[in-house]
Design a protein around this ligand. Structure first.
Ligand code: IMP
Ligand code: MG
Length: 401
């Protein structure tokens, strides 16, 4: 049975570690959205591996598949290919991020000024946009060597972005040659042989371009329902979805963040949790566990089981707060959908919980930790399957089903 791992917040929930932990029996790890804007961190034997484009199963020698909803940057791909052993399959229908896209990403961000989204500047948004305009080359177009780049070049020329792509095309062809194919067919083939695969979400549910905190979102779909579309298969392929949530919240880049905490406490959490972007190195903004947005994310992804990450961070701070409703212009709102048009003005109503300060994880799950897990199960109507309290695989509690 296949399964998927999806972030329930704004990305950086610790999906990399969870995928690593539960994909032991899987034949392949599949990415289905985004591009090199992701930063998947896996720690193995004390060594840290960060992948931006390849799925995090890369660290374990698994087969790595990029489905057609991913936008592929051949330069980053080439760098990462050099670091892994497993087999790689890139769907022929993936759009290819061009050097123009990266320039446009930067220019748009600069022109937005104080309203900048804080993108990763990896050209991801422009690449999806060019695909929607039917100007972007796909992997198969680069390989076929008969793509007409003129329309794309003319379009970019209007924005004074130009340059000869010839060298880049040659380079890209060399990188992509021999690893392209049909991602959906490969997944079906593996399943028919009795092998299972894991679908690894990138970014988080609240960054989904349609259902997230638009316009402060990424440019692809981050939800489990994008998996079948990206593979070109029917919905049955997804299997169960495991939602990953950090026991506090972070957000990198601009945009509304109702449960945001600022000041000394936020700095402390950032330092202890090492909350710096794996792709851009930016300091992540810090907030508290927000059940309003989590309920929305759980529903959108059909999540029944969750993995909670980074509870060790809570054991090193003296306070623990959670949020079950927002106040928006004096009105109390506990349905994220209703808050969406007014998210900028939404302030979390914070409740103080028993702190986990000094918690000794060798005793298992007791006291304040048990209470927190029970609250999560009750509020989200899910079962907690994994609780992670450190970077290493061994630092994980597995709850029986
Ligand atoms: P873009 O995806 O580079 O266009 O950036 C759009 C927004 O998504 C920005 O706020 C980024 O910081 C955020 N973002 C993109 N990828 C990730 C990720 O992997 N983790 C967390 N935030 C991300
Ligand atoms: Mg990340």
């Amino acid at each position: 049975m296949n399964f998927s791992v999806i972030g329930l917040q704004w990305g950086d929930e610790g999906k990399g570690k969870i995928v690593d932990y539960i994909s032991g029996n899987c034949a392949a790890v599949v990415r289905f959205n985004g591009g090199s804007n992701a930063g998947h961190t896996v720690v193995k034997d004390g060594k840290k591996y960060v992948f931006h484009l390849l799925p995090s199963g890369a660290a374990r020698g698994k087969e790595m598949i990029l489905a057609s909803g991913v936008v592929v940057d051949p330069i980053i791909l080439s760098e990462e290919i050099g670091k892994v052993f497993g087999k790689i399959l890139i769907d022929s229908r993936c759009s290819v991020v061009t050097p123009y896209d990266k320039k446009l990403d930067e220019i748009i961000e600069e022109k937005r000024g104080s309203l900048a989204l804080g993108t990763t500047r990896r050209g991801i948004g422009p690449s999806y946009a060019m695909r929607a305009l039917r100007l972007e080359p796909r992997v198969c177009d680069i390989l076929a060597n008969d793509f007409n780049f003129e329309a794309l070049a003319t379009f970019y020329d209007m924005m004074h972005i130009n340059g000869n792509l010839q060298e880049w095309i040659e380079y890209s062809r060399n990188v992509l040659k021999g690893i392209e194919g049909d991602s959906g067919a490969r997944v079906v083939e593996l399943n028919e042989k009795g092998e299972e695969v894991v679908f690894e979400g990138s970014q988080g549910s609240l960054l989904d371009i349609m259902h997230g905190s638009y316009p402060y979102v990424t440019s692809s779909h981050t939800l489990s329902t994008y998996i079948p579309l990206s593979l070109g298969l029917s919905k049955d392929i997804i299997g169960d979805t495991i939602g990953v949530m950090k026991c506090y919240a972070t957000r990198v880049g601009s945009g509304p963040f109702p449960s945001e905490e600022k000041g000394v406490l936020a700095e402390e959490i950032r330092r202890i949790g090492n909350e710096y972007g794996a792709t851009t190195g930016r300091a992540r903004r810090i907030g508290w566990l927000d059940f309003v947005s989590l309920k929305y994310a759980v529903r959108m992804n059909g999540v029944k089981e969750v993995a909670i990450t980074k509870v060790d961070v809570l054991s090193k701070i003296r306070q623990l707060k959670i949020c079950r409703s927002y106040s928006v212009d004096g009105e109390e709102i506990s349905d994220f959908f209703k808050a969406i048009p007014r998210l900028d003005d939404a302030k979390a109503e914070l409740e103080e919980m028993d702190s986990l300060h000094g918690y000794d994880f060798s005793i298992g799950m007791k006291g304040a930790l048990k209470k927190l897990i029970e609250l999560i199960e009750e509020e989200l109507k899910v079962s907690v399957r994994l609780v992670s309290y450190g970077e290493e695989r061994s630092e994980t509690f597995e709850l029986s089903r």
